[in-house]
Design a protein around this ligand. Structure first.
Ligand code: UD1
Length: 425
């Protein structure tokens, strides 16, 4: 298994280009199932989760061509041979469950493995299923699979309120409703920019979706949808990760390109409160740290709140503050797995319920560390960037799920960082 080796202490300086958004690309790839004929996605990041989604679409019978040089993916789903998402693929990537809505809407039937527990908590899909049931689907669970059918062959528009804002749940129901008969109104929708991006594509395909980006959406079902050509928005979480890296390492001065700053408001406010300079500079966003980090308190929340996907990386910034900071995680119940590894590097962090109480330290010490999820892995790389000595972050396959060429991008910013092939797991 590969590892990332980082020798700490070098300020990050220079420009970095932010890749296309993984969490926008995944539902959009699934949306290709809603139309006949080939769709073209541009600015798709070269990531393991994209390969897993491509494998799933191919399993269903789609023709998928990935061009990593041009960051383009072509998908043609004219003749599906299966309507099933098998456990082997769903367990690798929970977002595979996003084929449920499109398959059911277009083919009247779908069989999708339940994702099971995952490293950052139970993460049920009950809201996806309740939403589809409200639209007339008959759903049963059989041997770990969800088997869903639209009795008349077509889902019906419905009024549905989510119990909590769920990103995947909102996306699944939006895609299903786009082809349902009649009007669907969804309340308490997730408002993440990736939802707006999906709505934009569905509307390009001929759907009639109104209100994406707010908590109430109206969707008037149409008879059929057409293929599309679309360039994916930049990855706000990748951008936020490089911002936290610049914030964590003394003397850094980094410019990010391709970032939509408005989508990162909560993070930017907290970085500024911590004493980091974040400013727009033409088409770039410049992040500088020339003074000490001040302690700040952060609570994760659905968008436009502070993203749970930035919690681990920001926690590492907190370890540099002069004083005590508190990070409270409200979205996932088990998302502090980076903390024991940071303790091994010399951080002072105490977990109390859903909060991590962080006392800043002057420096950390490099160590061999291991992360069990994507964003936790990124946080350990950031910690390595300012630690004394060498840090080896193992099980890099987590990082490869969501960060395109991270070690290359960091090296280009001046970090002493490399991939070690076949390191110990
Ligand atoms: C998406 C993101 C993930 C991010 C998360 C929260 C993708 C591919 N992944 O995940 O990176 O961390 O949003 O911003 O976009 N819940 C239920 N029942 C459901 C669905 C969700 O109880 O049916 C709960 C979850 O356990 C969690 C909360 O709702 O506590 C939010 O989860 P959700 O927004 O659905 O996360 P994902 O879509 O899985």
């Amino acid at each position: 298994m590969d590892a990332i080796r980082v020798r700490g202490g070098r300020a990050l300086k220079g420009d970095v280009k932010i890749s296309g958004a993984k969490n926008a690309a995944l539902p959009i790839l699934c949306a290709t199932l809603l139309a006949d004929g080939p769709s073209l996605l541009r600015n798709v990041p070269a990531l393991r989760d994209i390969d897993t989604t491509a494998a799933l679409l191919r399993f269903l019978g789609c023709d998928v061509v990935i061009n990593k040089e041009t960051s383009e993916v072509r998908v043609a789903g004219t003749r599906l041979t299966r309507i099933e998402a098998p456990y082997e693929l769903v367990k690798q990537m929970r977002a595979s469950v996003l084929v449920l809505g499109p398959l059911l809407a277009r083919h009247g039937k779908a069989k999708v493995s339940l994702p099971g527990g995952c490293a950052i908590g139970a993460r049920p899909v009950d809201q996806h299923l309740k939403g589809l049931e409200a639209m007339g689907a008959k759903i049963r669970l059989e041997r770990g699979y969800v088997i869903a059918e639209a009795p008349t062959g077509r889902l019906k528009g419905a009024d549905f309120m989510f119990d909590m804002p769920t990103v995947g749940g909102t996306e699944n129901i939006m895609m299903a409703a786009a082809l349902a008969k009649g009007r669907t109104t969804l309340w308490n929708c997730a408002r993440e920019p990736e939802i707006e991006e999906l709505a934009k594509i569905l509307n390009k395909m001929g759907a009639r979706i109104d209100g994406a980006g707010t908590d109430v959406m109206h969707i008037d079902g149409v008879e059929q949808l057409a293929p599309f050509d679309h360039a994916i928005i930049a990855d706000r979480i990748e951008a936020g990760t490089y911002m936290c890296a610049a914030a964590a390492v003394d003397g850094s001065d980094v410019r990010l390109s391709g970032v939509v700053l408005e989508d990162l408001e909560a993070l930017v406010l907290k970085l500024r409160q911590a004493g980091v300079t974040v400013e727009r500079e033409g088409e770039f966003v410049r992040v500088r740290r020339d003074g000490p980090i001040k302690p700040v308190n952060v609570t994760t929340a659905p968008h436009p709140g502070f993203p749970t996907d930035m919690q681990a990386q920001f926690l590492v910034v907190m370890t540099r503050a002069k004083g005590e900071s508190v990070m409270t995680e409200t979205i996932f119940e088990n998302r502090f797995m980076h903390v024991p590894e940071l303790l091994r590097m010399g951080a002072h962090i105490e977990i109390r319920g859903r909060s991590a109480i962080v006392q800043g330290v002057d420096t950390l010490e490099g160590a061999s560390v291991m992360a069990t999820d994507l964003r936790a892995s990124a946080s350990l790389v950031i910690a390595g960037l300012y630690s004394q000595g060498e840090t080896e972050v193992r099980r890099v396959y987590h990082l490869d799920r969501g960060y395109e060429h991270m070690e290359q991008k960091l090296s280009a910013l001046g970090a002493d960082c490399e991939r070690v092939k076949g390191a110990e797991g």
